[in-house]
Design a protein around this ligand. Sequence first.
Ligand code: IPD
Ligand code: CA
Ligand code: CA
Length: 250
Amino acid sequence: MLRGVVAEAGELLRSGYFRRKQVEFKGVIDLVTEYDRRIEEFLSQRLASLGLPIVGEESFEGEIPPSAIFIDPIDGTTNFVHQIPFCAISVAIWRDGLPVEGVVYNPITAEMFYAKRGEGALCNGEPIGVSQTDRLIEALIATGFPYAKIERGSEYHFVLRALERLLPVTRDIRRLGSAALDLCYVAAGRFDGFYEIGLKPWDTAAGLLIVQEAGGVVTNHLGEPYRFGDVIVASNGKIGNNLIELLAKG
Ligand code: IPD
Ligand code: CA
Ligand code: CA
């Protein structure tokens, strides 16, 4: 049911992608379009029958409940506005603090990533798994930059320090612009690892389950179990400790 509803919402994203859009500003560089709002509204209505609170990026305020539907209507809004085809709808169902089902759908590249707890991870219906890379110098690592970077505060400094440590010792670093897809690319073995500071629950709620179900590991930068609000570190499990060693220095 979840995949069907997200596929329908994908039509909305696709129809907006090729059009000129009305862009509003949530912050100096934090954009939102009518499509973000319409997709979130559509999904909230269609998923209401599940009887869970909706934690959607464009409408939610308050404490995160342990059981909820997490919605990022467009993860990669900046890409969406600039017509860079790396944006996706991310939806996850959590019960009692655990992810049970997650979908990340990029209707532009026509890839739907999906996982159900205990049942493995899929891309367009085919099983996917993490890479086997065990040397950092052979690893392609993804990351992202928080909007708060413009304040030049602690998150900005974390970004710079992490790059300084990782760039010389990895195959390369990518910043593609959608955390949900970054996680799915780790799950599919395209990236060997991913880390980012300052992500919100709707960015990671689906992708982290997809990584875990694909055989990967998700922690914070200290190697502890990841909780919303932490720096997220996702990997194939083989390079995770090396990544954490470099990121834990702060
Ligand atoms: C953003 C993307 C981006 C990440 C930002 C997120 P949005 O989400 O996931 O890759 O670096 O931190 O906020 O705003 O496009 O939904
Ligand atoms: Ca997002
Ligand atoms: Ca978003």
